[in-house]
Design a protein around this ligand. Sequence first.
Ligand SMILES: C[S@@+](CC[C@H](N)C(=O)[O-])C[C@H]1O[C@@H](n2cnc3c(N)ncnc32)[C@H](O)[C@@H]1O
Length: 178
Amino acid sequence: MKNQDKKLSGSYYSYRPHKTVHFMEQYLAKENKRYNSVLEPSAGDGRFVDKLSFGKDMQNFVAIELMEEKVEQLNSKKYPAYVKIIQDDFLDFARKTNEKYQLIIGNPPYISIKNMENSSIEKGRDICEKYNLPLSLMKNIWVAFVLASVFCLESQGVIFFVLPMEFLQVQYAEKIRL
Ligand SMILES: C[S@@+](CC[C@H](N)C(=O)[O-])C[C@H]1O[C@@H](n2cnc3c(N)ncnc32)[C@H](O)[C@@H]1O
């Protein structure tokens, strides 16, 4: 994928995917909790779905992806029947769905506000408003993904995302962390 396309779709894949996804899988295994409803909001080529959807307690694994060609690729894989691949904008999906998930996991897109479409900026700002957060928080689409994921989370649920270091470091992200 060309650099400009990456910037617009936010497709910075989990590099060394085996290492990153394996680390996350092992981390969850050590916690020894059972998750049977899981959401991957930006599934890409399905590296999280491939690795995580075959747990013996799994009942519902929903993978969202915006881009048609990636959804076609995902649909061509042989996943168990409880894996649902949905083509949608996750920011729309999160507003429409009533389903709640125990685990929301993945590597959200990173698109700076400079490169985001106006409609995505609006959706992100709407979500900030719902949480009474300043609209200025919407500096990158990953922020909207984190907040929209909270809508879809069970009350004791877990969000486990690959995020940029700024999530831990910069002052504006403190409100998101809370
Ligand atoms: C960083 S990639 C991550 C893919 C995969 N989770 C991984 O780590 O390999 C981000 C993915 O998000 C998708 N995407 C971008 N905007 C989206 C949106 N609004 N809703 C759902 N998927 C989106 C892109 O097409 C891309 O496949």
